[in-house]
Design a binder for this molecule. Structure first.
Ligand code: ATP
Ligand code: MG
Length: 196
């Protein structure tokens, strides 16, 4: 069983959007469970509840027999000690960041704090998300972060309105009727492949 957790020091970076869609992509390879640890907002729980998305919700640590992957969505700005613990309890701790100065700085600060507090850095990876679909802004951000010795996924998740529609319609982004939805889904699948 493989466990992927999403966290960040800022809110609204795209954790829940990635959590639900990544879980959907991972479910193609076997039963996938999503844990919504954001008890206040519950974006991913609400997205999945009553939907046709083939992902089961479960409490932390209570996974049905046969579960192949687990995706854990967390609240924005959890305590650093909780993140350190999470890094030891999962296979991959993903930190989404947009390719802008503010979010990248917050991400580098978080990465350094995790290292200083003894997180398992072999498991921590940043993923550039909400990147402009054209141009090389995402790639430049990824390469800059790598130059700072931050481990960054090669996959860049681009910004598409289809992701927002997917949440509104309680579907995976692949099921949104939008000509760019296949691009959005391709990014999610590439990320799923990279982290599993
Ligand atoms: N790749 C993307 N392209 C376009 N919009 C996106 C993308 N990822 C996230 N968004 C949008 O950004 C907003 C915040 O995303 P999301 O709720 O996933 O972030 P979050 O990190 O889970 O936030 P919170 O900290 O509040 O839990 C939402 O409106 C979502 O639709
Ligand atoms: Mg969220």
């Amino acid at each position: 069983m493989q466990i992927i957790a999403l966290t960040s020091s800022k809110g609204g970076v795209g954790k829940s959007t990635l959590a639900v869609n990544l879980a959907g992509a991972l479910s193609l390879r076997g039963p996938c469970v999503l844990v919504d640890e954001d008890h206040a907002i519950q974006t991913s729980r609400n997205w999945i509840t009553g939907s046709q998305i083939p992902v089961q919700l479960a409490p932390l640590g209570e996974y049905p027999a046969g579960t192949r992957s687990v995706v854990i969505d967390t609240e924005g700005r959890p305590a650093i000690t909780d993140m350190v613990q999470l890094s030891r309890a999962c296979d991959t701790l993903l930190i989404p960041t947009a390719p802008n100065g503010n979010e990248m700085k917050a991400t580098v600060d978080l990465y350094e704090s995790l290292r200083a507090k003894g997180a398992d850095m072999d498991r921590v990876r940043v993923v550039v998300t909400r990147s402009t679909p054209t141009g090389r802004v995402g790639e430049a951000a990824r390469d800059h972060l790598r130059s700072l010795n931050v481990t960054v996924c090669t996959t860049i998740v681009r910004a598409y309105a289809a992701f927002q529609r997917a949440e509104e319609q309680q579907v995976l982004v692949q099921d949104v009727r939008d000509e760019r939805a296949p691009n959005a889904w391709a990014d999610v699948c590439a990320l799923a492949l990279e982290v599993s």
